[in-house]
Ligand binder design. Structure first.
Ligand code: SF4
Length: 79
């Protein structure tokens, strides 16, 4: 059986690409902007540990890739 590009691909562990991340708007009255909430069963409702910086991977052991992460990685490789 022929192997594809995706068989060996290990996704980069960016917090912004986590399957459990939910971005939502905080309270305007409290001066909150965008809030990154974790929906993993272990951390449900807590803020994501991040970081949300370019080229910096998360150290979160619960991280899993979003279903569309492989497509995004393929687009980045094609550049
Ligand atoms: S805390 Fe971990 S599991 Fe939760 S959204 Fe952030 S990276 Fe994902």
């Amino acid at each position: 059986m022929e192997r594809s590009f995706f068989d060996d691909h290990v996704p980069t562990r960016f917090a912004a690409k986590c399957a459990y991340l939910q971005m939502t708007m905080g309270s305007h009255r409290l001066g909150q902007g965008l809030i990154n909430i974790c929906r993993h069963v272990v951390r449900d409702g807590s803020e994501c540990v991040g970081p949300f910086l370019d080229d910096t991977e998360t150290t979160c052991g619960l991280w899993e890739p979003r279903p569309d992460a492989a497509k995004t990685a393929a687009r980045e490789q094609a550049r």
